[in-house]
Design a protein. Structure first.
Length: 259
């Protein structure tokens, strides 16, 4: 009886180890396949952008190849299927695998970094009033509280102050790297969610691209512009993209000097 028990134990251990090895191999294979797919998608994006840089003439607009989204494509037929895997693996293999993607121009949004004036390391950071006005117009359009914007600008100024020996550095918030981290600077999660389609957080100051920006962003970025005028710009660029600021200025009359 003892011998039978020992043999059964050894057999169970060997079976478990074999099952574990198969599971590890299957997981590693899936990881490698996923990495190949992602690498291929990134290479595709780089190729599109490289060709755009060569042929676009310096203008980015929504009729270019990079702006066409990669529609959802089934990839399960390209993934290896292990016919000898366990029942749970067989069930997993029945799941469809899809890949989709899109390249988006971040200059189609208001850049939070623009709220701070460009300075050198010896000067204190200061809020850019024209850009603060643009964000105020966007906040008003979206129905967001203006006190949150003022708190954001104040804390962003503290976080970006890189002067040696800055007395406020000990209490300054960390500089955010992603939109979600704007909560550190005083924005609520509700405000961040509403702002997400319209703002970006880039390392340096950037202008708004009128060829790719939404009507809301165009409205916010040009003082005195009405929403109807912003929508007209969007409609006109769909017919023919703006090659210069003068092209866009023709459709907003006396406000052209503010573009």
């Amino acid at each position: 009886m003892l011998t039978v028990t020992l043999v059964a134990s050894f057999a169970a251990t060997a079976l478990w180890q074999q099952w574990r090895a198969v599971e590890i191999e299957s997981a590693e294979r899936s990881r490698v396949q996923a990495a190949w797919i992602l690498t291929g998608a990134l290479d595709w994006a780089r190729l599109i952008l490289r060709e755009d840089a060569r042929s676009s003439g310096g203008a980015d607009y929504l009729a270019e190849p990079w702006a066409v989204a990669l529609q959802e494509a089934r990839l399960s037929s390209f993934l290896a299927a292990d016919k000898n895997s366990s029942a749970s693996d067989s069930a997993d293999n029945q799941l469809d695998v899809f890949l989709s993607g899109q390249i988006e121009d971040m200059q189609s949004r208001l850049n939070v970094t623009n709220l701070i004036k460009p300075t050198n390391l010896t000067d204190a950071s200061k809020v850019s009033e024209p850009d603060l006005l643009s964000f105020a117009r966007l906040f008003d359009l979206l129905g967001l509280p203006q006190p949150e914007l003022l708190k954001l600008a104040e804390n962003l100024s503290l976080a970006s102050d890189q002067r040696p020996g800055n007395p406020s550095s000990a209490v300054a918030p960390l500089m955010p790297q992603r939109l979600e981290q704007l909560a550190w600077l005083g924005l609520s999660q509700t405000s961040i969610a509403r702002l997400r389609p319209y703002v970006s957080l880039l390392p340096t100051r950037t202008p708004v691209n009128l060829n790719t920006a939404s009507a809301e962003v165009i409205y916010a970025s040009i003082p005195g512009l009405e929403m109807a005028q912003a929508q007209r710009l969007v409609d006109e660029r769909a017919r023919s993209y703006f090659r210069t600021l003068s092209d866009a200025g023709r459709f907003i009359g006396e406000l052209a000097g503010r573009v």
